[in-house]
Structure formats: structure tokens, C-alpha cells
Design a protein. Sequence first.
Length: 211
Amino acid sequence: MKRLAALALFVIAGCVTAIAVVRIVGAFVHNPGCGLDCASPDLSAALLSGFVTVLAFPIIGYIFTRRERLTARRALVVLVALVVAAILAATCRYVFELHSQYIEAEAARPVQPDFDFMYMAIATRDVQTYTNAENGVLKPQSVVPQWQRCVIDGASCDKQPRQAHMFCKSGVVYVNEPDWKAFSLIPKENLKDSIPMKSMNLCAPGNIPDQ
């Protein structure tokens, strides 16, 4: 009877803990609006975690109590250990998922203007960037994808080739003059209180205001 009672206790505790595990693991589950027709890896992981928890509690509880004289204290110790292990595993999954969400959000967040790069612009097509011409041989560096925002510092108008100094998601980049027209200015997203540029003709007299 004691073992049957202990087994029942492990089953009940497993069901209760499974609810908590499903809530923790499924914290980032979102419904795309198409019901059960849409596959959701996060929902599947949450339900699987709950199912495994329900099964694991009585099985592991039985394994750890079958060869010893069963006492309430021993059953309680095993039960607490199982609850802590399940919640800890679910929490680790939650932290990992939270970190992934943060990385995705950071990747999607556009760059922000500051006192070094005050003027916001958006690429209307893919734009090839290059190394700084002042450092020697000009080499391709990266590509600014279409619709990505970049902030502009200024341009080296007294050098050849002329290059715009920008900051994009990939970091500091240099854009050659023929590609300046591929960017469209967004004055409303400039650094607060900065005087907007007139156009992407960065070397035109008076185009980049003195701040």
C-alpha cells in the first residue's frame, strides 16, 4: 500500500509539475492565427516536455525507491529532487529561448543616430561597401541589403574616390560616391534637434550642416 500511495503521489506531482513546465517552456509560443494547421516547434517542445515530465515522475520515483525501505522522508526527498530538476531544466530552456529572442530582436532593430552619425538614411537597393580608401588599396567589404537603415557621418570630399562614412548593422562602412544615390534620407529619424541634410549629394556646398 505504501508503494502504491507513493506511486500515486509521484503521478500527481508529475502532472502538477508538468503544467508548470509547459507554461515555462511554452512562454514564447505564439499563435500565427491558423490554428492546429500551423506547425509550432515551440508548442511541440512545450507539450513534449510536459508529457515527459508526467512519465518521468512515477518511473524515476519507482526506480529510486524500490530497493530501499520506503519511508515518507525518502519519498519526499526523491519527489523534491524531481520537481527541482524538472523546473531547473525548463528554466534553462526558457533562458536559452529568451536569449535567442533577444538576438533576433537586436538583429531586427535598426541602427540609431548619435553625435558621430546623425543622419538617417535607408538603402533602396543592395549597396556594396568598401574599405577606407585612405588606408591604401580599395577592397570590397560588405553589402548593405535593400531597406536596411544606416546613419551617416559625412563624406571625404577631398579624396579620390569620394566615400561616405556610415554606420550600418554590420558596423562602420564606406560607400563610394556612385552609390550615394541608392540611399534615401529619413529626416524624421535624424538625431534629435539636428539640422537635416538637403540631399544625398554629400559633397554639395552646405549640404551637411555645421552642428
